[in-house]
Design a protein around this ligand. Sequence first.
Ligand SMILES: CC(C)(COP(=O)(O)OP(=O)(O)OC[C@H]1O[C@@H](n2cnc3c(N)ncnc32)[C@H](O)[C@@H]1OP(=O)(O)O)[C@@H](O)C(=O)NCCC(=O)NCCS
Length: 151
Amino acid sequence: MHLREVTDDNREAVRALRVRRDQKQFVASVSKSLKQAARHPEANPWYRAVYVGDEPVGFVMLSWKPPAGPYKGRHFIWRLLVDKRHQRRGIGRETLTQIAALVRADGATELLTSYDPGEGEPWPFYEKFGFEPTGEIDDGEVVLRLVFPSR
Ligand SMILES: CC(C)(COP(=O)(O)OP(=O)(O)OC[C@H]1O[C@@H](n2cnc3c(N)ncnc32)[C@H](O)[C@@H]1OP(=O)(O)O)[C@@H](O)C(=O)NCCC(=O)NCCS
């Protein structure tokens, strides 16, 4: 599994990734995410397609050390999805592992995300990885943090 930039060559294939119908309440589509990224440069969006071999199977987008706002100077997973045909095979976990390594290499001491609570929510997925609630609720979403051990 590896991360690849989204370019003219693979954008359509990445935009075609889909979660299950009952998961749509938890995550916006790739198309919407790319539009949001273009509309919000101040959030410092950083995104990659998740590949297994030559096949796109997922998408991840961070707000990478935005210069202002509630996540100023921090690393926040803004979007994460694995296509419905490829879920529960460890791809989401491996994506978190690679993202954690990248942000740590950038000097991060923690990685943040948030989720919308509801039936089928991704909390068990994040909890297994070591995320914990910060106690904050941001626009109805539960804010989570993964703290990196000091080196
Ligand atoms: C959440 C998501 C990214 C997980 O990706 P994935 O590739 O299916 O996850 P993995 O196979 O790496 O799972 C890792 C562990 O989390 C568990 N897990 C994954 N999704 C879970 C869920 N929704 N509920 C409970 N456990 C879950 C897996 O069973 C596995 O645990 P195990 O090793 O003990 O069996 C994927 O299901 C998805 O795209 N969901 C819809 C969008 C979404 O909710 N994104 C998060 C937005 S905040």
